[in-house]
Structure formats: structure tokens, C-alpha cells
Write a protein that binds this ligand. Structure first.
Ligand SMILES: O=P(O)(O)OC[C@H]1O[C@H](OP(=O)(O)OP(=O)(O)O)[C@H](O)[C@@H]1O
Ligand SMILES: Nc1ncnc2[nH]cnc12
Length: 176
């Protein structure tokens, strides 16, 4: 297998009929695939300084931790509602298949800190936009948003670019 995309498995009709689920566990489980994914996520940011990497639950945590380590940055989890023990700020959003609320500790990022937002997949962009709004409310400077997969048919990249975001994705799946 020569590209990150080759390691991603597609499972039809999960979690609902009609959804083509792009499963990154097969990418994460392969030593060469996982290393390739982390290296390629970092590629555009060589020489760029970050204070924090912000990972979006749950698959964004796996990537975000490895990326933060490589960047010598801190890691900040954006979690689904009710999981964080301290004082939080919240944002609600809609998904390709559902609705949710995400939260971040209100002291996790300081005004002016330079952050990279990381997740496995960009679909409608609702999850990422919620993360962006949380970071903007905290006064962070969002340097970029990095994903393994972009599903262009669902419009997430356009949505984030309209918000002024720099979007980096390693591969796309479209038309099915
Ligand atoms: O661009 P969007 O339409 O918002 O969709 C993308 C989000 O959906 C998936 O997470 P999910 O909400 O399934 O949660 P999980 O990672 O906890 O399984 C994926 O990991 C992204 O976070
Ligand atoms: N098609 C999809 N595959 C995997 N995760 C997703 N999150 C939203 N849409 C998804």
C-alpha cells in the first residue's frame, strides 16, 4: 500500500443505512500507515510554531496526541458534552448523522495562543466549526485545521474556508 488512503476501510450502512463509513482504525493499526498519516498531517506546518493542538473527540484524540508530541505543543481535548470535569464552554452542532454538543475546559487555551485543530474526517464541517467557535471564543489564533479525510460532497472544506480557515486534508472520498 503506497498512500494513506489505501489503508482506510469503507463499511457501508454504518451507523445508519446510506452512510459509507470511512474507517480509520485500519490506518491507525498499521505501523507504516499511522506513521505516514502523522508525517503527512505535519508536512505543511514544518517550521511553524504552535502552542496547542486541539483534538476533536474521539478519533481526533489519537491523531492530536501524536501531532502535539511531534510539534512539542500541548494537547487540548474538545469533548462530547458531560465528559470534562472542570468549568467548560459549549457549542452545539449537527452531524452527517445526528446532533451533538462539544465542550472544552475554559482555561485550556489562553488568548493569543496559536492552535492547530485536528480530526480524522471532515464531512459537513459541523464538528470542526464547533471546535473553531470554541477556540475563537477563547481568543486563540487558529493557524490551521488538519484532517486525514475530506468528504467534499458534504461541503465541510468550503464551510471552513468561508470562515477563513486554512484546511489541510490528506485524501478525499467522493461520489459514493
Ligand atoms: O464534519 P462533520 O459532519 O461534523 O463530521 C465529522 C465528524 O464525525 C466523526 O465523528 P463522530 O461524531 O462520529 O464521533 P466519534 O469520533 O466520537 O466517533 C468524525 O470523526 C468527525 O469528528
Ligand atoms: N462517512 C463517514 N465516515 C466516518 N466518519 C464520519 N463522520 C461523519 N461522516 C462520516
Amino acid at each position: 500500500m503506497s498512500s494513506v488512503r489505501d489503508y482506510i476501510r469503507t463499511i457501508a450502512d454504518f451507523p445508519h443505512e446510506g452512510i459509507m463509513f470511512r474507517d480509520v482504525t485500519t490506518l491507525f493499526a498499521d505501523p507504516r500507515g499511522f506513521r505516514m498519516a502523522i508525517d503527512q498531517l505535519l508536512h505543511p506546518y514544518a517550521g511553524t510554531r504552535f502552542d496547542k493542538v486541539v483534538g476533536l473527540e474521539a478519533r481526533g484524540f489519537i491523531l492530536g496526541g501524536a501531532v502535539a508530541h511531534q510539534l512539542s505543543a500541548g494537547f487540548v481535548p474538545v469533548r462530547k458534552k458531560g465528559k470534562l470535569p472542570g468549568a467548560v464552554i459549549s457549542e452545539s452542532y449537527t452531524l452527517e448523522y445526528g446532533e451533538a454538543v462539544v465542550e472544552v475546559h475554559d482555561d485550556a487555551v489562553q488568548p493569543g495562543e496559536r492552535v492547530l485543530i485536528v480530526d480524522d474526517l471532515l464531512a459537513t464541517g459541523g464538528t470542526a466549526e464547533a471546535g473553531i467557535k470554541l477556540m475563537e471564543r477563547m481568543g486563540a489564533e487558529i493557524i490551521g485545521c488538519a484532517f486525514i479525510i475530506d468528504l467534499p460532497d458534504l461541503g465541510g472544506r468550503a464551510r471552513l474556508e468561508k470562515l477563513g480557515m486554512d484546511v489541510h486534508a490528506l485524501c478525499t472520498f467522493e461520489g459514493d
